[in-house]
Write a protein that binds this ligand. Structure first.
Ligand SMILES: [Zn+2]
Length: 150
């Protein structure tokens, strides 16, 4: 199946100025900005929600109703490979996509499942000698529940 060419819907969603900026951002990462890739990028690069691949597909369908699930999956993998976004697995078997490529930690809301970014410097990890390993990175997943207001 051939996906639709960019039409007014895509231009409407991302606007003329932002569309150009989005294209440039893809090109800067060595990605040819096809209509399908722009539909995926327009959502995944702007949401703070750390969506799953199916969540991205759902949103991309609003912009490009003919986009296939396989295209969205392939596009996300390309974006990860090119360093535009990163893949995070905060729960076993549940891959999420994160447009924040700067080192940071995550907080998972135990009640809603929502994922929040936590600045890297706000979590301190110390460790003793780990069998001769030099540790050069770590990521912490905090889990919690919002306190009730009193
Ligand atoms: Zn994140």
């Amino acid at each position: 199946m051939v996906d639709a060419i960019p039409g007014p819907r895509l231009a409407h969603v991302v606007g003329c100025g932002p569309l150009k900026a989005l294209k440039n951002r893809l090109r800067a990462h060595g990605i040819n900005p096809s209509a399908q890739r722009l539909a995926v990028a327009s959502y995944v690069l702007k949401t703070p929600d750390h969506p799953s691949a199916d969540g991205v597909w759902e949103e991309a369908l609003r912009v490009l109703p003919t986009i296939s699930r396989a295209t969205v999956y392939n596009t996300l993998n390309l974006f990860v490979k090119k360093g535009l976004i990163r893949e995070v697995t905060l729960q076993p078997g549940r891959v999420r996509f994160d447009a924040n490529t700067i080192a940071h930690h995550h907080l998972v809301d135990a009640r809603t499942g929502r994922i929040f970014d936590v600045p890297f410097d706000s979590v301190a990890v110390t460790h003793d000698d780990l069998d001769g390993f030099d540790v050069h990175g770590y990521e912490v997943v905090l889990r919690g529940r919002k306190r009730e207001r009193r």
